[in-house]
Design a binder for this molecule. Sequence first.
Ligand code: PGA
Length: 250
Amino acid sequence: MRKKIVAGNWKMNTLPKEGVELAKGVAAGRGEVCDSVEIIVCPPFTHIAQVVEAVEGKNVAVGAQDCATEVKGAYTGEISAEMIAALGCKYVILGHSERRQYYGETSESLNKKMARAYENNLMPIYCVGENLEEREAGRHFEVCKQQIEEVVFNLTAEQFAKLVIAYEPVWAIGTGKTATAEQAEEIHAYIREVLRSKFGAAAEQCPILYGGSCKPSNAGEIFSKENVDGGLIGGAALKAEDFLAIGKAF
Ligand code: PGA
């Protein structure tokens, strides 16, 4: 059986105190969510350490939202994979559409970040997804395939076994628009097929999360689809109650 995951991407939200409160709220209600569902919170870098402490022993994993392409050294302003691993992160989100769109993230930089993540035993949550124009032009399959081929196909079988993929249609992120459960299943099944073409049967074990205005009211339907293994949650992850309700939607 594939791992089920609900991950909260807090983006550039919460001050340390608020983040700790939110993390404690998630930890306190974690028991209401099935144990087999992996619950992950991804706070800003500034309070990862405090959040790790707040959820200790509570079966809540912590992830970072990005990491540097380089190992260490004279790269002002960057945060290395080694640093976030040292704080207790288990996951790192890579290739989020906001990073691709606003910060010039490319397959080239993402290949380096993936390498850094694996060197430090971090499990990448690699994001793919098309924008509105690409969706309207019917290019969504092609776009996701390319984002996977250029990065995921460079992984070894051993690395691939630790990968999580998040499909996030850019037109649904923070817009209140959600892909229908059918649209999600269609592309998730396609992504799995692309993965199968390279990694064979191991593709069956790779969790593929849906992201884009996922909330308590629509999570159940989306998660009921065969190839949807959970969600990467933005806005709704900022309230412990909503985030946990999404976890309970399985
Ligand atoms: P959203 O963000 O849930 O606010 O749409 C999802 C994401 O970008 O991870």
